[in-house]
Design a protein around this ligand. Sequence first.
Ligand code: AMP
Ligand code: ZN
Length: 477
Amino acid sequence: MLKLYNTLTRKKEVFESIETGKVKMYNCGPTVYDYSHIGNLRTFIFADTLRRHLETIGYEVRQIMNITDVGHLTADDLSQADTGEDKMLKASRREKKTPQDVANFYTEKFFEDLEKLNFKKAHFFPRATTHIPQIIKMVETLIEKGLAYEKNGNVFYDVTKFKDYGKLSKKKLADLKENARLEKHPDKKHGYDFALWLKAPKEHLLKWKSPWSLGYPGWHIECSAMSIEYLGETMDIHTGGEDHIFPHHENEIAQSEGCTEKEFSKFWLHTRFLLVDSQKMSKSKNNFYILKDILDKGFSAMDFRFMMLSSHYRSSLNFTWDGLQQASANFKKISRFISRLQEFQIKSEEASKIDPKKYLEYFDEAINDDLNTPKALSILFEMISEANKEMDAGQLSPKNLALLKNTWNKMNSDLGIEIEKKKSSQIPNEIIDLAEERVQARKEKDFEKADEIRKKIGKEGYTLDDMPNGTYGIIEK
Ligand code: AMP
Ligand code: ZN
């Protein structure tokens, strides 16, 4: 039974999908004005692990991740101020490229990172700039419903008109208004109203025709418009980093639920921030890293993925090079173990006590408990330690060797770790059961039955090798 911590209710809840067997998931994706930094990657690795686990437990997942290629302002804490400079345009000036070229370049780099980190690709990566008609339509509906207003070609969402405003972030409108330190846009009624559409200044490069002005969309509206386009009015899971709880996701709820009058997402999952040397990453502090910095220091993308899995997504994670070194050493223990399993020659039929199925059960329990990957990894390490002892003593039975390989493959369907290119072979449990049945038949001198079972195993695509001491090996043909 999978339990997930839902920011909406501030509780761990049993996860049940809206439609049996299917999950609709939306992940807020990158703003492509620069390389994704390792904090962004932490949040995306969490989304990938969640997708993997949902699939492992049998769901068919439809995963959508947006690419923000327009209208994201530079001062993050002023993201509701709707003044300030657009990050895409700033990058465009810095790199002397058009905003489209900047976006295409960093989108490509983002995809390369996903590949290196062994992500399952989302089913679609919609871009804001190719969904302007859907965005305009949604803004029109919000105006018709009296939730938004236009002034001088700018359109704002009137947060006082949406009764549930603050339900995700638990912020009260009255407090928001009192605390509003926001640089006020002259056309806004209230400080915390946020832009749905902004009239473009002359020098603005990205602009589209709309009923209100030649302009561009506010940041939040793209996620509402695109998630409804690709997942429908209500989805199962929406993810992002903790900074998105307010204002981005709060505003997505106001826009989407304001429009459809239906619940927008059942579950809201947020990753705590990654810090570097206990501080917020920033270029000026010289503690801003991207995946390439990690690779340039001789670490692998898998070392980094493994490090991310070693902490729980709801704990803040302090990145240090020593921490990465430690993660890399632990990851090598796993790789060595997998190679050893692949090469291990059965030596005897001594009693093998290890119970891989039990380890898998504990591992699944940990992952099902709000994706507790650090606990799951500690269970994996216990299994490795016990299995290594049995291999050292030559005690590992063929059955347990095959079960260990299986168990690793099952665990790794959640972890998504790539151990070199060579895949460890996966012998299905049914084949192992047949082989065990055959050992029994041979002990009882029922050679006819033993032969039949060998043929059956052969038909399933596996070869059974008898060892001199009554044990066996199974290889995929
Ligand atoms: P952005 O490209 O800024 O839109 O961010 C992409 C994703 O990364 C969002 O879900 C953010 O919440 C998340 N994010 C940004 N900074 C960090 C960080 N330091 N640690 C973890 N996640 C982050
Ligand atoms: Zn979003």
